[in-house]
Design a protein around this ligand. Structure first.
Ligand code: PLP
Length: 408
């Protein structure tokens, strides 16, 4: 007997992150925190081991009137000032496409809305082979199938696999929803080049000869790019999209503002005409209303304030942590190269992933824990969260990891 709907997968979530976080915590209590490397936590942590909560974000947040915090948002698609500012912050003057913005609970809300409202049951969502686990879960909860493209060929994006998988799905369902998590891909830290993006845009246009194409560009980590000045440039390529191609950019305040718990983000819809955008906006608005109703008013106002009147302090504070992230990842990647620990091509972002097949990964993950090194298993690899490891903890880590790998 079961009380839940019939067409739902009832196997519990295999919680690959929180279960290991708990093990790491227990190990710290047993042997002392200084003897444990906890590379599991996917939020930005400082060198002292605490979560970073930007002053430039939370000082203004704490000054927001309680009445503003108490009130509903002014619309189901988000406050007008927020919607405008999200577009300005992410796209600005890089595109002439018709557009709209819908406030969502984090990037999760934007991705989930897209999967739920763009595909019908039984259709297929295309995602990277190594990816944030929630994509698959979202597909499953909507009775949507998943097809994966291989991410890399040597040290660059596997365009061949991307095209093959998209074409196959297109042939089958005459419609395509494809996820690209770029820049700062979770968990490998890869970012596409401008040339790669141009090729993707041209290819999606060719797919559109056979049906509608939606590119879901998940930019959760964009504000930690090591090249902030140019990391949004690729968006200008989207102007070359055909009428039958739309882009949904999933934006998240969680990482950008270190405000994971405030649950604020947005879906930016972009297409050739306002009518095409409006068509999707209507459905997204209804789905939003039917699911979470509206987004925390104060979180939206906070984003607007931080990225306008407080922007200088915010950029300055964030720059310090981007430099720290770079320092940490540089050490890990340099040492990994020196000792021959194979990693996927990392360019920027919160995570580095050590490359291996899944069988090796499972034994290796256990072996690492025995040596008090806690990491997260991902498809075909082991994720090391450089976002939360101190420089001291990172120094020598790649070598230790390689030595443990060699004992298997
Ligand atoms: N996309 C990716 C790749 C992520 O890693 C995450 C969070 O871990 C998200 C989206 C969404 O995060 P949030 O819902 O907190 O904005």
């Amino acid at each position: 007997m079961s009380f839940v709907k019939r067409k739902v997968d009832k196997t519990p979530i295999e919680d690959t992150v929180f279960a290991i976080v708990k093990k790491a915590k227990e190990d710290k209590e047993r042997v002392g925190a200084e003897n444990v490397v906890d590379a599991t936590i996917g939020s930005l942590y400082n060198e002292e081991g605490s979560i970073v909560a930007f002053d430039s974000v939370f000082t203004p947040y704490n000054q927001i009137a309680k009445e503003t915090k108490a009130a509903y948002a002014s619309s189901f698609v988000g406050n007008e000032s927020f919607r405008k500012q999200v577009y300005e912050w992410v796209v600005g003057n890089r595109s002439a496409l018709a557009h709209s913005v819908i406030a969502t609970p984090g990037g999760t809300g934007a991705v989930a809305l897209s999967v739920q409202e763009i595909l019908d049951e039984g259709e297929t969502l295309v995602i990277p082979e190594i990816a944030w686990g929630s994509y698959r879960l979202m597909a499953a909860m909507n009775n949507v199938e998943v097809a994966t493209y291989s991410l890399f060929e040597d040290d660059h994006f596997n365009m061949k696999s991307f095209k093959e998988v998209c074409e196959k799905v297109m042939q089958k369902q005459k419609k395509l929803l494809v996820v690209i998590n770029d820049p700062c891909h979770n968990p490998t830290g890869y970012s596409l080049s401008m040339e790669e993006w141009k090729e993707i845009v041209a290819f999606l246009n060719s797919c559109a000869k056979h049906g509608e194409v939606v590119l879901l560009n998940d930019i959760a980590y964009i504000d930690y790019s090591y090249d902030l000045e140019h990391c949004r440039d690729y968006i200008s390529c989207f102007d070359a999209f055909d009428e039958k191609v739309m882009c949904v950019i999933a934006f998240s305040c969680s990482k950008s503002l270190t405000s994971y718990g405030l649950r604020c983000g947005a879906a930016i819809l972009m297409a050739k005409t306002q009518q095409l955008v409006r068509d999707v906006e209507i459905v997204f608005e209804k789905a939003a209303r039917a699911t979470w109703s509206n987004i925390p008013n104060a979180a939206m106002d906070n984003f607007t304030q931080v990225t306008t009147t407080n922007v200088e302090a915010y950029i300055k504070e964030k720059a310090k942590y981007i430099a720290l992230l770079k320092e940490r990842s540089d050490i890990f990647m340099k040492e990994a190269k020196e000792c021959g620990l194979a990693c996927y091509p990392y360019k920027e972002g919160f995570f580095v992933t050590v490359a291996m097949d899944n069988e090796t990964r499972d034994c290796y993950h256990e072996a690492l824990m025995k040596e008090h090194i806690f990491t997260v298993k991902v498809n075909k690899g082991i994720r090391v969260a450089v976002c939360s490891l101190s420089v001291t903890a990172i120094k020598g880590l790649a070598k230790r990891m390689k030595e443990i790998l060699d004992t298997l």
